[in-house]
Design a protein around this ligand. Structure first.
Ligand code: ASP
Ligand code: MG
Length: 400
């Protein structure tokens, strides 16, 4: 019998009726002849609520305790789903991350999966059970509970599929992957398939449908991933590793609202100026994206880079340490920006895509504050207030 990993997101298990709906879907699939390993997220908005609970005690909860708390959300949904299946006469068993040896490394709140011991899952499957696994959580080298970062259940699911050597189905509240978030742009079109490369660029840009690390893992291990709605039987979108480059220059547009720009003015210039800054930033596990540096003038440079807004408090500490070594004149943090990106494997072998992209900003007089590119992506930072207009113009110009 072939194994399949399914993942149901928070909305799909948001209340008792929805949990029963998921149980019915699982039963139908089992009757069709599959063995199922099902990863679930916490019910509805319960992770947010747990987060608020923590912050009602202190503004600065310790990350270890926060992980301990947040991981309980998934423990609720796995047991509820398992009970729902059992009450319908379907044998099922729920497991936490620790129980299936989901070993992680890295910092609390953003750990990475190192290894999964599939023995216990395999023997439960051999007994004919549906296996329900808590997403988003694991245990580290100290046996402490860790979490994988918000939205991390996708990664749990793909990692399990890689460990079991089977396909992965991600069920969510949208019916597939769109070129643009349909909540932002109602005319957006659904893609029937998308390459891992394109998806990875979009996910890391905050396109929001899937956790970026899940796509990375899928790409690395060649896992077949399908994203579809948990509410209907529409086919959804296939994420494929090997796909011919698209005919269209742009497949998707993403807007990331969770980034800020940090600027340091008058940084004393040596050959170590940038290296020291970014190694200090990396040591804190902070992911920075765009970087620009002005030419040297009177022995100093101005440095700008973008970083997740959530990391700004940590970043301030890094900057004050850095300032002791490189006494820069002043710093400025701008949170009122968005990063707008277009992605498409088709731009690899077409020219004029950048021109077509930037023409929109010129015509609408929208200032472009920073730019980066990869071989299949062009990103720029613009003021938040111009985001909607820019999305509209760029989507129209590329026929998204
Ligand atoms: N429950 C976690 C979150 O809300 C993990 C997930 O949903 O994937 O971020
Ligand atoms: Mg999610």
């Amino acid at each position: 019998m072939s194994v399949v990993v399914q993942k149901y997101g928070g909305t799909s298990v948001g209340d008792v009726e929805r949990i029963k709906n998921v149980a019915n879907r699982i039963i139908r699939r089992k009757e069709a002849g599959n063995e199922l390993v099902v990863v679930v997220s916490a019910m509805g908005k319960s992770t947010d609520e747990l987060m608020q609970m923590a912050h009602s005690i202190t503004d600065t909860p310790k990350v270890r305790e926060l992980d301990m708390l947040l991981a309980t959300g998934e423990q609720v949904s796995i047991s509820m789903l398992s009970m729902a299946l059992q009450s319908k006469g379907c044998d099922a068993i729920s497991f936490t991350g620790a129980q299936i040896g989901m070993r992680t490394i890295g910092k609390h709140g953003k750990s990475r999966i190192l290894d999964i011991d599939t023995k216990r899952i395999q023997s439960a499957l051999d007994e004919g059970k549906v296996v329900i696994v808590a997403g988003f959580q694991g245990v580290n080298e100290n046996d402490d509970i860790t979490t994988l970062g918000r939205g991390g259940s996708d990664t749990s699911a793909v990692a399990l599929a890689a460990a079991l050597g089977c396909p992965c189905e991600i069920y969510t509240d949208v019916d597939g992957i769109y070129g643009i978030d349909p909540r932002r742009y109602p005319d957006a079109r659904k893609l029937s398939s998308v390459s891992c490369d394109e998806m990875l660029e979009m996910a890391s840009l905050g396109a929001g449908v899937m956790h970026a690390r899940a796509i990375e893992l899928g790409s690395k291990y060649g896992i077949e991933i399908r994203v579809a709605s948990s509410m209907d039987e529409i086919p959804g979108t296939a994420i494929k590793k090997d796909m011919p480059d698209s005919e269209r220059p742009v497949t998707g547009l993403a807007v990331d609202e969770d980034e800020s720009i940090v600027t340091l003015n008058g940084v004393p210039y040596t050959t170590q100026t940038t290296a020291r800054l970014f190694s200090a930033v990396a040591a804190e596990g902070i992911n920075i994206d765009m970087i620009s540096q002005t030419p040297q003038r009177e022995g100093t440079v101005n440095l700008s880079f973008s970083a997740p807004t959530a990391e700004i408090p940590d970043l301030r500490e890094v900057l004050s340490r850095y300032r002791e070594e490189f006494p820069y004149k002043n710093s400025h943090i701008d949170e009122n920006i968005v990063k707008l990106s277009v992605v498409g494997s088709g731009m690899r072998n077409q020219s004029g895509v950048a021109l077509q992209f930037f023409r929109n900003f010129r015509e609408a007089k929208i200032p472009v504050l920073m730019i980066t590119t990869s071989d299949i992506r062009i990103s720029c930072v613009i003021p938040k207030e111009d985001a909607d207009k820019a999305v509209e113009l760029v989507s129209r110009s590329f026929g998204l």
